[in-house]
Unconditional design. Structure first.
Length: 444
């Protein structure tokens, strides 16, 4: 009778599960939260754990952090699923948690994908969070401002977890090769360059990277000396070819989106369509491209052709509605339109100039005339005094001061000389001429 392999049990578990960090020192990434002296590390080390929400993309360590917190603070760790946990199950666990308090044991309740819990399920946690019967740790890939009840959210600290860098993931992959929990007991040979390919393929998701490595090692036959040699050819078979041709996180990604943007700015529709095709055929998310086109519509066209933004938004919705490959023609329509549209960056420049002043002059008072005066006290303080209602005038204009006194005569918006902005420039010049002729008409 044959004996089972010594590794049968441990290797039957996924690599990502086996390599889950046991403590905060093993945790990779999120230095802004768990680095030396950072807030989340201090909270864990001091054992003063508040209820919290971890918000971030998949595979960045939300569940792992929750387990580390439970382990290092010696708490009972309970997980909930939105699919299988009803109100009855939640209340039963809450009762047990209150009993644990009497025994001096904390209970950490971890709710993965908390955004999937309905309002009633979320409300069931609220009284126990308020009393401190439990420490609630929720994890979500969605904005908690929209997906978590306000009452519950107000009682939780929100920590934003960032997408892991390729460097972070490379550290995890190297650890998995050498660590006994990973493939340390096997002779796995893979170059750093090939590990980098896996790290980039993962797109910031540690789970994806470890799953890919797991698949490669398991499906690669050992040679006569027991070595498992993973070559680039094997990688190309296992990973999608398009990922190898176009790194969505690396330099080439930014080079090509830059080429698309600058081709449209230079009014070159042929180049723009080419760079668009390069991105789509390599597997780029069409929604990402549609978002960049939307930005371009205001940054580089703006008021010279206000329909450009309408086109961009419509194409964004079309991409959401239809998806690839059919939405490629919508994106082509958008980049050609943007390329041929008259250009103006006056809106972008105006905001940059105003932003610079706003950052330096954050305390400039609002002129009294344009302050709101809903109360008697505010009226006594001259809020709204001298306000002129433009609609009551023949020209629909007044010479009322709207900028803070320290910024009088400051100019941020300077119209361009293409498309519709020609008429806007004429209109602005007429307004300024009228105001100059009536500069003494406004008195407080």
């Amino acid at each position: 009778m044959s004996q089972p392999s010594l590794f049968a049990t441990s290797y039957s578990e996924p690599l990502a599960y086996r390599m889950r960090p046991k403590n905060i020192d093993e945790f990779i990434g999120q230095e802004h939260l768990v680095g030396d002296g950072k807030i989340l590390r201090r909270i864990i080390e001091s054992d003063h754990i508040p209820s919290m929400i971890f918000w971030g993309p998949p595979g960045v360590g939300k569940t792992t952090l929750a387990r580390i917190i439970a382990s290092q603070t010696k708490s009972e760790f309970i997980t909930f699923s939105a699919v299988t946990s009803g109100i009855k199950e939640i209340r039963k666990v809450m009762e047990n948690a209150e009993n644990n308090i009497m025994l001096g044991v904390k209970t950490i309740v971890f709710v993965d994908e908390i955004h999937r819990f309905n309002k009633a399920q979320q409300d069931a946690f609220l009284p126990f969070v308020e009393k401190g019967s439990i420490v609630l740790i929720g994890a979500t890939t969605e904005n908690p401002s929209f997906e978590v009840n306000n009452a519950l959210l107000s009682r939780c600290r929100v920590f934003v977890l960032k997408e892991l860098s390729s460097t972070d993931i490379l550290v995890l992959l190297k650890r998995a090769i050498k660590d006994q929990r990973g493939f340390g007991a096997q002779k796995v040979n893979i170059s750093d360059d090939n590990l980098k390919i896996i790290a980039e393929f993962a797109n910031g998701d540690a789970r994806n990277a470890l799953t890919a490595l797991d698949m490669l090692v398991i499906n690669c036959n050992a040679d006569e000396d027991g070595n498992i040699n993973i070559s680039k050819e094997i990688l190309e078979e296992a990973l999608t070819k398009k990922t190898l041709l176009y790194d969505k996180n690396g330099e080439e990604h930014y080079n090509i989106i830059s080429a698309l943007h600058k081709s449209m700015r230079n009014s070159d529709p042929d180049a723009a369509v080419y760079w668009l095709a390069r991105m789509l055929e390599a597997g780029e998310d069409p929604i990402y491209i549609a978002r960049r086109i939307t930005r371009f519509a205001s940054e580089d066209i703006g008021l010279a052709d206000t329909n450009a933004l309408n086109v961009a938004i419509n194409v964004y919705h079309a991409c959401n509605f239809i998806g690839m490959p059919e939405c490629n023609v919508h994106l082509a329509e958008a980049v050609i339109y943007m390329s041929l549209a008259p250009k103006s960056n006056s809106c972008d420049v105006a905001y940059m100039l105003a932003s610079s002043d706003a950052k330096k002059m954050l305390a400039e008072p609002v002129p009294l005339a344009i302050r709101n005066a809903p109360t008697k006290l505010m009226k006594e303080l001259n809020y709204g005094k001298g306000y002129q209602f433009a609609h009551d005038t023949k020209e629909k204009l007044t010479n009322m001061q709207c900028l803070p006194s320290s910024l009088i005569n400051k100019i941020y918006y300077r119209p361009g000389t293409q498309g519709k902005e020609i008429k806007l420039k004429e209109r602005l010049e007429a307004i300024k001429k009228w105001k100059n002729e009536h500069k003494d008409s406004f008195k407080i």
